[in-house]
Design a protein. Structure first.
Length: 149
């Protein structure tokens, strides 16, 4: 049986957000937050546009989801993000008490797992969903940046 709203569906939505970031010259990371199988927040990196190093896709999504819910905790929510969160974002996810994190591509150099940052003990983690697509977009961005310089 085909489930229309599964991890692939929501990660495709996060990839659409990442493409928007790419188109704006931002590092192409996109995120969506779901609750009860509905998207309640979506975002992409805005660090260049806002000249704010904290304007990562995850941080934007956490804020939007909390505003939607009307509270600071994201219990019962899932964050889909195209790149493994950094330790700053993982820290924010810890405090938000996110129920589930799903990320596409690992970040071997700056990801929270490499740096030893912990998520909330109750947060379930899945990864590798549409990893190739997310990695391809990130690689294309950095190739384009290198060729511009």
């Amino acid at each position: 049986m085909l489930i229309p709203f599964d991890d692939h569906y929501f990660m495709k939505k996060a990839l659409q957000e990442a493409q928007q970031a790419f188109d704006k010259g931002e590092i192409p990371v996109g995120a969506v937050v779901t609750h009860n199988n509905q998207i309640i927040a979506k975002s992409h990196n805005l660090t260049e546009q806002l000249t704010d190093v904290t304007a990562h896709a995850e941080m934007q999504a956490i804020t939007a989801a909390a505003n939607h819910i009307g509270g600071k905790y994201l219990r019962g929510c899932t964050l889909y993000v195209t790149l493994e969160p950094c330790q700053m974002c993982a820290g924010a996810l810890y405090w938000s008490q996110l129920s589930r994190l799903v990320f596409a591509a690992p970040d071997e150099g700056r990801g929270y797992r490499t740096l030893g940052t912990q998520l909330h003990p109750k947060t379930k983690v899945d990864h590798g969903i549409l990893e190739e697509e997310a990695s391809r977009l990130l690689k294309a961005f950095f190739i384009q940046k290198r060729n511009m310089n």
